[in-house]
Design a protein around this ligand. Structure first.
Ligand code: DX5
Ligand code: ZN
Length: 216
């Protein structure tokens, strides 16, 4: 069963972003992944609403927006207006996660929660039935091109069991250090959406890499 593939533009060429988006449009990619970082929740600043607004004008794939920010409630409507189809907030940044998820869904977006590597899957026990997707971080959030954290495979299996028992349509997205080797093992463990940034954009033929991830 092939996974959905979501290239992360964090590793794209920002001097020619339109060219990279056109490549994604032509490719077998299913989503375009945006890693929004505020320099507070994570020790890095990436990009924000203007980038998503402009990409939305030329994108032919749904926008999968990953908010690595504090106080995400303040930005749910703006990212909806910018064109987000899936909106991911971090469990660790949401003291009222149930309300946040309801707010995301009230705009018609798919609601997703991300867990940092140290956060156990069990914390989702009482919210899993409200989710369209769970994003498991397989690196510490903040930078592309990092080493894959091996404990992620165990978390995927745990999450797959929780989802199969309570919300079988909920997707499992993995973000960080995804390549052909980790991607295959992640799918075997139960993941069905793969985010890849550096593995795609550091290659001379990114379209081929995307097809290779689709073929896993
Ligand atoms: C981390 C980012 C990265 C990015 C993918 O905060 O979320 O995981 O999406 O990075 P690569 O695929 O380069 O590890
Ligand atoms: Zn991400």
């Amino acid at each position: 069963m092939s996974a959905l593939v979501a290239p992360s533009i964090l590793s794209a060429d920002f001097n020619h972003l339109g060219k990279d988006i056109e490549m994604i449009n032509r490719s077998e990619a299913d989503l375009i992944h945006f890693d929004v970082m505020d320099g507070v929740f994570v020790p890095n600043i990436s990009f924000g609403l203007p980038v998503i607004q402009h990409v939305n004008k030329i994108a032919q794939k749904p926008l999968d927006v990953h908010l690595m920010i504090v106080n995400p409630d303040h930005f749910i409507e703006p990212f909806f207006k910018a064109g987000a189809s899936i909106l991911t907030v971090h469990y660790e940044a949401c003291p009222h996660l149930h309300r946040t998820i309801q707010l995301i869904k009230s705009f018609g977006m798919e609601a997703s929660v991300s867990l940092n590597p140290h956060t156990p899957v069990a914390v989702l026990e009482d919210i899993i039935e409200d989710l369209d997707m769970v994003l498991l971080m397989s690196v510490n959030p903040g930078f592309g091109g990092q080493q894959f954290i091996q404990n992620t495979y165990k978390k995927v299996s745990q999450l797959r069991a929780l989802i199969d028992s309570k919300n079988p349509n909920c997707k499992i997205e993995i973000d960080g250090g995804v390549n052909f080797e980790t991607g295959k093992k992640l799918i075997d463990a139960g993941a069905n959406v793969l985010v890849a940034g550096s593995f795609v954009f550091n290659d001379k033929n990114p379209e081929e890499i995307i097809s290779g991830l689709k073929a896993l």
